[in-house]
Design a protein around this ligand. Structure first.
Ligand SMILES: Nc1ncnc2c1ncn2[C@@H]1O[C@H](COP(=O)(O)OP(=O)(O)OP(=O)(O)O)[C@@H](O)[C@H]1O
Ligand SMILES: [Mg+2]
Length: 334
């Protein structure tokens, strides 16, 4: 049975999405995706450009109507009534929606007024958020003059002005400097620790691994895998992994090595290197001597720490470096 169907009645389920589809003319941007979000978790969508991450967020937050499928938020059917759960959710879009001509403080006060907060309350909330996001000194400066990192922080502050139960963050650390990205990950983590459920999208595998409890790999509008990060990593736990470069054809070398070392698993990867996986310790000295006897030189050997990157490559068939390059193209440094 579909995973989402199993937990639909679970009291801890905050969002339940079943077979959600969005088409733009002949493009199926999101294709029958199903998943659910549990209260209090950080859930991540990890996928390359055009995978359908933003389209999914837009549908979940009522900004775009799905062609088919259902969205339930806190038991409310948001497919029929997109506004039903609006007060429960906060949105941080990938491109900021704040006003460049207004100051940081005024932007926050304006957002608060949209949620019906009174003047005293909204000013207090704005000051408190500016303080906790380290933006007090920039409070009276125009938003348009903020750095990218500051802009992102203020956009997050605006997204949580009304104390939402669920926060949607579309690529929260793409396009900003390393230090700001680190601060933002900390802010997300702090928000989650105080009870906010988080849905985020990212290009960064390490970010998904570090921040999220569960993730979905999304590729070409489809979810190819959803699981707890710790479960995804499980197959690699206790294993040793090594990457070696050799002076001769890696496929032939791999076959030779497999004959000599039946306890290890050898795989030629797209970079032309050989990936070695083993439950027993990998004896590099033995490998090098064996290869020397075959007149093959081991040019480089690198031990790998088992990470989600390895699993992502295995599950999606996409080389992990591609995601990184895409994020860098968007101006990222995280
Ligand atoms: N308004 C639109 N009109 C036409 N096509 C669209 C529209 N919005 C999205 N698409 C298409 O839908 C697909 C998914 O786009 P989406 O923006 O959801 O991807 P994404 O995963 O957010 O990508 P990125 O990592 O680049 O932000 C793409 O093929 C995109 O071109
Ligand atoms: Mg996007």
């Amino acid at each position: 049975m579909d995973e989402s169907m199993q937990i639909i009645d679970d009291q801890n389920t905050l969002i339940n999405v079943v077979k959600l589809t969005k088409k733009f003319d002949d493009i199926t941007a999101v294709n029958e995706i199903s998943f659910s979000l549990k209260k209090g978790e950080i859930f991540g969508f990890l996928g390359p450009n055009g995978a359908g991450k933003t389209t999914t967020i837009n549908m979940l937050t009522g900004l775009s109507r799905p062609n088919s499928g259902t969205i339930q938020v806190a038991g409310q059917d948001c497919t029929k009534n997109p506004k039903a759960a609006q007060h429960l959710i906060g949105i941080v879009p990938d491109e900021s929606n704040l006003y460049p001509e207004l100051s940081g403080f005024d932007n926050l006060c304006f957002c608060a007024s949209l949620y019906g907060m009174f003047k005293d309350e909204r000013q207090k909330r704005a000051r408190q958020l500016l303080e906790s996001f380290g933006l007090t000194d920039a409070a009276s400066r125009k938003f348009g003059g903020y750095s990218k990192g500051m802009k992102r922080k203020l956009t997050i502050a605006a997204g949580i002005i009304h104390y939402p139960q669920i926060l949607f963050l579309d690529e929260p650390t793409t396009g900003i400097d390393v230090a700001s990205a680190r601060q933002i990950r900390q802010l997300i983590s702090d928000l989650n620790n105080t009870g906010t459920t988080i849905f985020l999208t990212t290009h960064y595998i390490e970010e998904a691994e570090r921040l999220c409890e569960r993730i979905s790999f999304i590729v070409k509008g489809q979810i190819v895998k959803t699981d707890f990060v710790k479960n995804l990593l499980q197959p690699l736990m206790g294993k040793q992994i090594m990457l070696i470069s050799v002076s001769k054809n890696p496929a032939d070398s791999s076959r030779m090595l497999a004959n000599g070392f039946p306890d290890y698993k050898f795989q030629t990867v797209s970079s032309g290197q050989i990936r070695i996986e083993s439950v027993k310790p990998i004896n590099l000295g033995q490998l090098v001597r064996f290869m020397e006897e075959q007149k093959i030189e081991v040019m480089e050997a690198r031990r790998l720490v088992p990470t989600l990157e390895d699993i992502f490559v295995r599950v999606t068939g996409i080389e992990a470096g591609i995601l990184k390059k895409e994020a860098e193209k968007k101006g990222g440094a995280a």
